[in-house]
Ligand binder design. Sequence first.
Ligand SMILES: *Cc1c(COP(=O)(O)O)cnc(C)c1O
Length: 484
Amino acid sequence: MKEVIGTTGLVMNEPLLWEKGVAGRIGFSMPRRDVPEAPLDASLTGEGPDFPDLSEVDVVRHYTRLSQWNYGVDTGMYPLGSCTMKYNPKTHERQAALPGFVNAHPMLPASMAQGILALMHELETCLAEITGLPAVTLQPAAGAHGELTGMMVVRAYHNDRGKPRHKILIPDTAHGTNPASSALCGFTPVPVSSSARGVLAQETIAAVMDEDTAGIMITNPNTLGLFEENIRAIAKIVHDKGGLVYVDGANMNAMMGIVSMGAIGVDVMHLNLHKTFSTPHGGGGPGAGPVCVTEALAPFLPVPRVVREGDAYALSYDFPKSIGKVHAFYGNVGVLIKAYCYILSLGKDLKRVSQLAVLNANYVKERLKDTFHLPYDRPCMHECVFTDKNQEAHKVTTLDMAKRLIDYGFHPPTIYFPLVVHGAIMIEPTETESKETLDSFIAACRAIATEAAQSPDTLREAPTKPKVRRLDETLAARHPHLAG
Ligand SMILES: *Cc1c(COP(=O)(O)O)cnc(C)c1O
């Protein structure tokens, strides 16, 4: 096989420390003591934790080797569609770790927490500017949590008008969390089909929108990586029947500084700070999914809200129509600090971030469309969706090709999502990958397509290079080994 990116067999196996320990072996690298000296608890010395005896070099190698098993954005390109796995500047980690932030206790009185409150207030202002929606809560801890919060706001709005509504329109190109969040909130999701162009047609919405429908929840750009171009007309249809328009803005990476969601008729929108605004993610968090709303919906946002009182900032609970709290304290503050630093460090260049994200996705799309089948051949936003149709004749699937990419030194893209595309391969290169990296990714994909035609068995066995070969996913699901 052709080497596209250098890979090596020098990845060590590593047993558990307990298997490595040799009685009596010790290491001397002690951290400096920062607490008063205290005698060891006698009960502990007798039956203390089962720590193995190891030398310093054993421990250093153990953790270094384990760290090398991990693949992340710091290792290489991570083209996981819908996830925006871009490189996040390290400086923002440093700012979030400043002692004044790290040591601030969440129960400090507002008078002693003016810095962080000012930061949160300014971040809200920035997000309001970016979305065109004036009122913001920073509390939700993730995208899906933002959706739930947003839907609770929608429900509270209708209830407050004395007209509770029960249904919500969910296009087939919505993110899977959208129907789940609305169902959790008590709404019945009504599925809506997209047109042959991969976007919503206003006639389809007009046909189903009624006065028991709370609104529509649109992922925009949708999960095909396409911008919902009829959204203004759709918003009018929904508003005319008293409904609200929710946009899942987890993919704001494609639109910053380009589209004002407020101006095109959106009422509620969440953002994923951990995707678009500089927080490394994957592996479970932490994240932040702020929700931005119109003035009309502001009274329903979660409390406490950061408010300005003269020259000072305060936390106010004085919003009687609020849906209440959705997170302990004020949300994941470390993530908020990173987002604030990212926005301030880029300023107007945020627009360029989106332009480059869109350019990179279109570059990959154009360079690979003769290799993989492209179901919607039109300009895309920040990601593009192919299928395995061209490889069907060789009995090679999306899964085979995704696994083979690992042998070529690339993390696979998102596969079999969105569900509306059979055998989907969803690639989101993000703006932080250089043309050279994109070119080697494209070369790997092309090489794999050639293998699919010439030696399809190689692909069905892939990956062959990493420590762990292809897993039997059915067996893993049926007979999981949960012990270490
Ligand atoms: C990632 C994503 C979500 C979910 O975000 P989490 O932070 O993982 O809960 C929701 N909608 C879209 C469009 C997404 O891409």
